[in-house]
Design a protein. Sequence first.
Length: 112
Amino acid sequence: MCRALRILCAAPGRTRLAALKRASVAAAWELVGGATTPEDVAAQAEWWAADVLVIDAGLGAAAVHSARSVRPGLRVVSVGGPLDGADEVAETLDQVREAVLGIPRPGGPVRG
């Protein structure tokens, strides 16, 4: 059974979170939740069974590591600069969708 990727966005503050969600929305995946503190990132990643975390670099690497502690296969796109542990970096909001698309689907490529 196939399902859409679940994308969790996280940013410091509601205004930045809303901008990140607008930049991340696409018909090819489902946006879930929305965290504004490092503590909420891990809780929501687990609750929503997120596949990808799109995180503003301002929340810091600790948020990435805590999310991966509960979702080890979680892929991470850092927005606004690199974060330790991120798989992809989108320097601007315009690059977010492309960064998400550049990440392999969970489980990796199918080999024949």
